[in-house]
Write a new protein. Sequence first.
Length: 171
Amino acid sequence: MSRILALLAALAFGAPALAHEIVVGDLQIVHPHIPQPPVSAKSAGGFMALVNNGTEADRLVGVESGIAAKSEVHESRVDANGVGTMVHIEALDLPPGETVSLERGGYHIMFMGLTAPLTEGEMHKATLIFERSGRVEIEFQIDPPMGQAPMDHGAMGDAPMDHGAMHGAGN
């Protein structure tokens, strides 16, 4: 059943035919990818599905990558007034038997201070750090652009911003 959920999650991402996955122990990591940002982008979002096929919970507690000065797990939220915020979260819970999707507008990996342009088709190494499963080496595939400006976390920190600014409007 979990494999079916993971496949559905990959399809929901609109994953290209070259979607990939990594299985380590009870964890299945489905199509880690970054939509290609514009050449001048200073940040980019990373997305995937995380499937916990085990009987015990796990947590994603960190990420390391050489493509950016800083890589963090973030959550996007929009309040009742339409004000968007992006916040660093210390850990992302992965309940047993569940799939957690990292996708635009929700949980995602934020790469801030990109060290070089990201080009469609490239693969970039990263390490996901889990509370129970430890360090898992993965590769993010650079997918075609999503047609929208990247989220620019620049010097934003965890401060609230308006929805237009959250998606790079006016840059």
